[in-house]
Design a protein around this ligand. Structure first.
Ligand code: ADQ
Length: 470
């Protein structure tokens, strides 16, 4: 029987005690690895003075994990550098925030080589390797160069950019070419598949077939959208937990009859937080009669603090929230509650449930699981309204949300107004459609669909042979 090996930058299976803090993705991957005695390989998150290539194997929550330590230079150039200062902003359509240095490129290549060298001896003849996300795009090429013939798949959790954006990256062709060492390349949405095909067809003169194959660089790969979901069943259980109930009650009490708008995001410029605050400001300015009847709770947990763009954003949001509260607060009312501390999954579930409007308004997002969690947390008899950015991958199928352009303050402000005055019947109708999708297209379905497709893929060797014959 073939074994699954998952490779990702960080490895975080839920420990027996830490289930409440683990995300749905980690739980779904961990379940698959437990089921077929698989392996999860990645960076330990630790740096050492001198790289040794030693891996430490441990069993966490029933999952075997193999962890590699990197050097501080690797962390700076590969993780903080190429992954988070170059690829992340570029793939989120922010070329203005991209920094590119040759040392980042070198660090990215070096770490991918280190991953390949240390993973190589762990791969058995029938194993299937599944690589996650933008940190590790060239990994399959490195493994192939070392003779690995196994099926190797890749899934990109973030958007694939339009080709004119990708063109601004030095050596973009090399990055795209490295994806042709995989058997299956999975994206979040049809839009991402189209953007990648468009680049391959127009910039590389490759050929796209209607059955989802892309031929280029003398190779043929399968490309497909696999929209990720949440673990809806587990989320429903979490919602019933004591802690979720406690948080729900606490929020209702603290609302004192006021409507609550809610945002939950990592503090990241792709999430559209500034635009959301500005739209809320516009809403308050245009609707003075609503003052004191509602507030916005924004939970934005700090992330990637080492990167300047994140510190700048944090400063701007601190200013903006202060400005809004200074302008509108009364002795008895604060319109914007802006919170930077993280919350556990069960706590979040209770908070989501008490929100009348879920504001999910990223400027770009691969999928956005917060939108799905918000829907899953609602009371079917009195559901809240999801306001969703047209630029979130989730908008491709969550059509019953109020879809907005987050770049327009007026659009967003009007959507808030519409959500607040939406009759119960319409709220229920929209929510039922959304919840049906969240339940059906959950993370287990995503994982199983991907692994099934990868396991069935024709191995690279055979395909390349066929191409050479034609
Ligand atoms: P993220 O950019 O992290 O993920 P998202 O999908 O919104 O974005 O959130 C992932 C998880 O983090 C959710 O389960 C959410 O509950 C949790 N989370 C977010 N903000 C939080 C906060 N302030 N406090 C506590 N928990 C918080 C990347 C891509 C997404 C894609 C996912 C999965 O950027 O587009 O949906 O991977 O593929």
């Amino acid at each position: 029987m073939s074994r699954l090996i998952v490779v990702s930058n960080r490895v975080n299976p839920p420990s027996d005690t830490g289930v409440a803090t683990a995300g749905g993705l980690a739980m779904a991957l961990a379940a698959a690895l437990r089921d077929n005695k698989g392996l999860w390989f990645g960076w330990s998150g630790q740096t050492v003075e001198q790289y040794t290539g030693q891996i430490s194997m441990q069993v966490v929550g029933g999952v075997t994990v193999a962890l590699l330590d990197l050097e501080a230079q690797d962390q700076n150039e590969y993780y903080n550098g190429y992954a988070n200062r170059t690829l992340w902003p570029l793939f989120h359509y922010r070329p203005d925030l991209v920094s590119y240095e040759r040392s980042f490129d070198e660090g990215y290549a070096r770490v991918n080589t280190r991953f390949a060298e240390t993973l190589l001896p762990l791969i058995g003849p029938d194993d299937v390797v599944w690589v996650q996300d933008y940190h590790l795009i060239p990994l399959a090429r490195e493994l192939r160069a070392r003779g690995v013939k196994n099926r190797i798949g890749f899934f990109l959790h973030i958007p694939w950019p339009a080709r004119r954006i990708l063109n601004t990256l030095p050596h973009h062709d090399d990055l795209a070419q490295s994806l042709f060492s995989y058997d299956l390349v999975g994206f979040q949405t049809e839009d991402d598949v189209d953007a990648f095909s468009d680049y391959i067809v127009h910039d590389v003169h490759g050929v796209a077939s209607p059955d989802g194959r892309l031929d280029a660089y003398g190779k043929s790969i399968r490309v497909k959208a696999f929209p990720i979901g949440i673990d809806a069943e587990d989320f429903a259980e979490t919602l019933k937990s004591e802690r979720a109930t406690l948080f729900h009650r606490m929020m209702i009490k603290s609302q004192r009859g006021r409507k609550m708008l809610l945002g939950v995001d990592r503090l990241d410029y792709s999430k559209g937080l500034e635009e959301r605050f500005n739209a809320f400001d516009t809403f308050l300015s245009n609707n003075p009669e609503m003052h004191e009847h509602l507030f916005l709770l924004q939970i934005a947990t700090r992330s990637r603090d080492e990167v300047d763009a994140y510190q700048d954003l944090r400063n701007r949001l601190d200013n903006l929230s202060g400005k809004i509260n200074g302008a509108y607060s009364t002795v008895d009312w604060v319109p914007l509650r802006y919170v930077n501390r993280p919350y556990r999954r069960d706590e979040l579930a209770g908070i989501y449930r008490s929100a009348d409007i879920g504001l999910v308004t990223p400027l770009r997002d691969g999928m956005n699981l917060v939108a799905k969690e918000y829907v899953a947390a609602q009371d079917p008899n009195n559901p809240g309204v999801l306001v969703l950015s047209q630029f979130a991958g989730a908008a491709e199928h969550m059509k019953e949300a109020l879809i907005v352009n987050p770049l327009s303050r007026e659009d967003l402000s009007e959507a808030i107004h519409r959500g607040l005055s939406m009759p119960l019947k319409e709220r229920k109708r929209r929510w039922e459609g959304l919840y049906d999708d969240v339940k059906r297209n959950d993370v287990t379905r995503w994982r199983d669909a991907y692994v099934r497709e990868l396991t069935a893929a024709v191995p690279a060797e055979v395909r390349t042979g066929e191409l050479a014959e034609t």
